[in-house]
Design a protein around this ligand. Structure first.
Ligand code: SDX
Length: 399
């Protein structure tokens, strides 16, 4: 009987690689991308520049950023056949499922996607072949970064019975995303808010969706397969899908009577071991720095209907921190993001796709980094039964 080893559920705290793309200090509530604090990037950078920073490990020179912007704009448009695939989906398809489907369809039109065996170049001694496969993966990644806003926006138009919006070259990445989603050219303020939101969501250490993408890529599979898997992981309400659920909970409190009902609502939720969505984090045991920035924008933007929801959120945060703060449970990035998106007129079930439009840059950067020293990811499970010679019982003798 082999001794049961220590089981680390959820791989909590397990370190399996060295990464320099982004890092979190959970005790102090710090987040850096390639060493630069997220507050600096949110204040001074753009999503395009941050995407370059995450992939290349440094900020781009002026001409490099201009070339990168041109590359993204050149790949915004979707092949007509991909739009046709989206049009075949039931109109009630969740936007994350539409995005996952669209990315899979897009793969078929990527000239760099070849035979699966090509991935073996990652493991070979031929440095040229390995670099060539890596560069192919990078080009595929950049094409997806460029196309995600168009895919998400196209589904919003199609499910409402409209034609996807023609991409415009005079709009930034964030502006293009809002234009694709809402069908109108966004204001400078809305564009800036979306740009900051995309920066804040671009990367976040070894979160579940990034790890999923790396597991798939570690088999020497292709970048599209890895990103499709990552989308599936991000959809989960424990991970990226929480922002949609935060709005649901705030509206529940609003319907109960608003701020005065928060304590009753919270006591009821916690008595049933429920979770306050947008709160808590596997790594942060302090206030998520991204939530601070989004809280400010939510306060500035919230008007009419969101104003009351914002006041409920601020009060819920205060009461929650009193109750759960000593357990290291504080607001995470999802707690205020939904209020910001709601103020921009974005439908609630499109909140998590926004997360994906941003995080695809982090997924690509982390996969490219892992591919630099690729190793198949294959952990173990402890065989609890420890039975090695159970007899086969013919079907007629089974009770
Ligand atoms: C993001 O990984 C990333 O980096 C994610 C992310 C990124 O950018 O990629 O940062 C994005 O922030 C995702 C988090 C969004 N999810 C939610 O907001 C859902 C609600 N939060 C949780 O379910 C929870 O906090 C997790 C999943 C985020 C983390 O949970 P853990 O680390 O697995 O903690 P746990 O489930 O073991 O809980 C520990 C204790 C439990 O109480 P006890 O059983 O010990 O008494 O804390 C309690 C939990 O009940 N708890 C909560 C809570 N979160 C944890 N209680 C109430 N409300 C919560 N939100």
């Amino acid at each position: 009987m082999s001794q049961q080893p220590e089981i680390i559920r959820g791989m909590q705290g397990v370190v399996f690689t060295i990464s320099n793309v982004s890092a979190i200090n959970g005790q102090e509530g710090k987040l850096v991308y390639r060493g630069i604090p997220i507050e600096e990037l949110a204040e001074h950078s753009t999503f395009e520049e941050v995407s370059f920073l995450l992939m290349e490990g440094r900020l781009p020179r002026k001409e490099e950023l201009e070339a990168f912007n041109r590359m993204l704009k050149a790949h915004r448009a979707l092949p007509g056949e991909v739009v046709d695939v989206l049009k075949k989906l039931p109109s009630n398809t969740h936007p994350m499922d539409a995005l996952r489907t669209g990315v899979s369809a897009l793969a078929g039109f990527d000239p760099d996607l070849g035979d699966p065996i090509e991935g073996m170049a990652l493991m070979g001694k031929d440095e040229e072949a390995r670099k060539a496969y890596w560069e192919k993966g990078k080009r595929m990644g950049i094409r997806m970064i460029a196309a995600f806003p168009t895919l998400v926006g196209a589904w919003e138009q199609i499910r409402n019975g409209k034609q996807p919006v023609e991409p415009r070259d005079d709009l930034s990445h964030a502006g293009h995303f809002l234009h694709s989603m809402l069908g109108t050219v966004p204001s400078d303020t809305a564009t800036r808010v979306m740009d900051v939101a995309l920066i804040l969501h671009a990367a976040h250490g070894m979160n579940a969706s990034t790890f999923t993408g790396i597991v798939i890529a570690s088999t020497a599979s292709d970048m599209y397969s890895a990103i499709t898997g990552a989308i599936g992981a991000l959809k989960g309400p424990l991970h990226g899908g929480a922002n949609q659920q935060v709005l649901r909970q705030l509206r529940e409190i609003q319907e109960m009577g608003g701020v005065s009902k928060i304590q009753e609502w919270l006591d009821n939720l916690l008595s049933q071991k429920g979770r306050v969505m947008g709160f808590g984090h596997r790594v942060y045991k302090a206030y998520d720095p991204r939530a601070r920035i989004l809280k400010r924008w939510a306060g500035e933007l919230a008007k009419e209907q969101e104003k009351e929801l914002y006041e409920i959120a601020v009060k819920l945060e205060e009461i929650n921190i009193q109750k759960l703060g000593q357990k290291g449970i504080f607001p995470n990035v999802d707690f205020y993001s939904g209020l910001v998106y709601g103020a921009l007129g974005i439908p609630v079930d499109q909140f998590t796709p926004i997360f994906a439009v941003a995080r695809v840059s982090g997924w690509v950067a982390d996969i490219l980094e892992y591919w630099k020293d690729n190793r198949l990811i294959r952990p173990r499970a402890y065989y609890g039964d420890q039975v090695w010679d159970r007899p086969y019982t013919p079907v007629e003798e089974r009770g």
